[in-house]
Design a protein around this ligand. Sequence first.
Ligand code: NAD
Length: 445
Amino acid sequence: MTKQQPEPIAPAEGKLGILIPGLGAVATTFIAGVLAVRKGHGQPIGSLTQMSNIRLGKRTDNNYPKIKDFVPLAGLDDLEFGGWDVYEDNVYQAAVKAKVLDLALLQTIQAELEALVPMPAAFDKRYVKNLDGTHVKTYTTRYDLAEQVIDDIRTFKATRNCSRLVMVWCGSTEIYHEATDVHASLAAFEAGLRANDPNISPSMIYAYAALKEGVPFVNGAPNLTVDAPALLELAHETGTPVAGKDFKTGQTLMKTILAPGLSARALGVRGWFSTNILGNRDGLVLDDPDNFRTKEVSKLSVLEDIFRPEDNPELYGDIYHKVRINYYPPAGDNKESWDNIDIFGWLGYPMQIKIDFLCRDSILAAPLVLDLALFMDLAKRAGMSGIQEWLSFYLKSPQTAPGLRPEHDIFQQLMKLQNTLRYLMGEDLITHLGLDYYQDLMEAR
Ligand SMILES: NC(=O)c1ccc[n+]([C@@H]2O[C@H](COP(=O)([O-])OP(=O)(O)OC[C@H]3O[C@@H](n4cnc5c(N)ncnc54)[C@H](O)[C@@H]3O)[C@@H](O)[C@H]2O)c1
């Protein structure tokens, strides 16, 4: 395959600011983790940008550089952090309350974390019913609110001396709502902001502000947010990348590892029952049925898209898929998820798989925030805009162009991610065919 000739990528000069609406368990674990890694107090496990290698050229070349040595990414020492929350706690206090990382570790970076104080949030309680925070902006219309967030972005960039920014939504999951007329075009959306249309959610206001400023936006929750024509139009207008939705951690990560394997071996699946207990603030928010509905929709689509029952009715036509999330305070952030999977093999003989995953939600999510931030900054410098489907790897409910089915198979997603990096760097894409050099090797013996 011939080498590609993409546009040159602007260098990662200066500091990259990572702005986060929602400084809760995920965000504080991410920020504290990066600061701890900088001090040599831990390794960024789970982050492809920091830990993984990528194959270049043929297998015979034996060339597997680290991704961070292959593509020009911002370095961890060049990151600055900021964000908003409906609670006043600084990042140290919020991290202590989240009870994800050990107090002893947090104390080694206490001063840096305490210096990170949230800006007042753009908030509307209708969208997150179980929260009562008071550290919120006052506003006349949503347009005024968006302008305040734009001011925050500009002030942060100037005072922290950043050359570039990205925004990653780590706020609570908003209630389920679908795109309506106000989300259909940028003109309708801006009219809706001025008319204070309640169908414009707080996460959309952050996204609008970011995209207006040309700041890449990632949606780590399953909210609609940038998955609407109006905001995609703005992303294209300002040449800004977007990615969403919902970090792929825990149970869905396991599902998208296991289901492609069952499908690859043409094993049938009759049922997949998934249940979870978790006791963090995310669990509290998801205890409300309207907020849970948003998460449920995000989690349910995965199997359907991997198994494609309409193409394989004998194997997957009758699959029964159920997902439950139960708020159980004693579990804290250490979620436990159980899966019961009824499968069948040769001549229809039944078998079962049981998974009991004792995971740590924010420990799995933190490296995704890092990778998404660094890759979105790369995408922006490479001149890419709109939906970054190559980052589906990190997302439970990947956004796609209209009419396209999302790719959920984690191995396909990884191949797409790696080939995108090879493409951006002008390297050969890898098809895994290998017939050309295999023949040479056999003949050389
Ligand atoms: N932890 C995971 O594995 C995981 C996986 C996928 C998605 N997510 C999603 O990531 C998000 C964060 O998860 P978490 O465990 O950190 O939750 P969390 O409840 O600890 O943190 C969310 C924070 O967002 C704040 N918030 C809510 N609305 C806001 C607004 N409008 N502006 C600013 N701040 C706002 C809340 O006060 C809270 O501090 C959730 O939506 C969750 O569903 C998490």
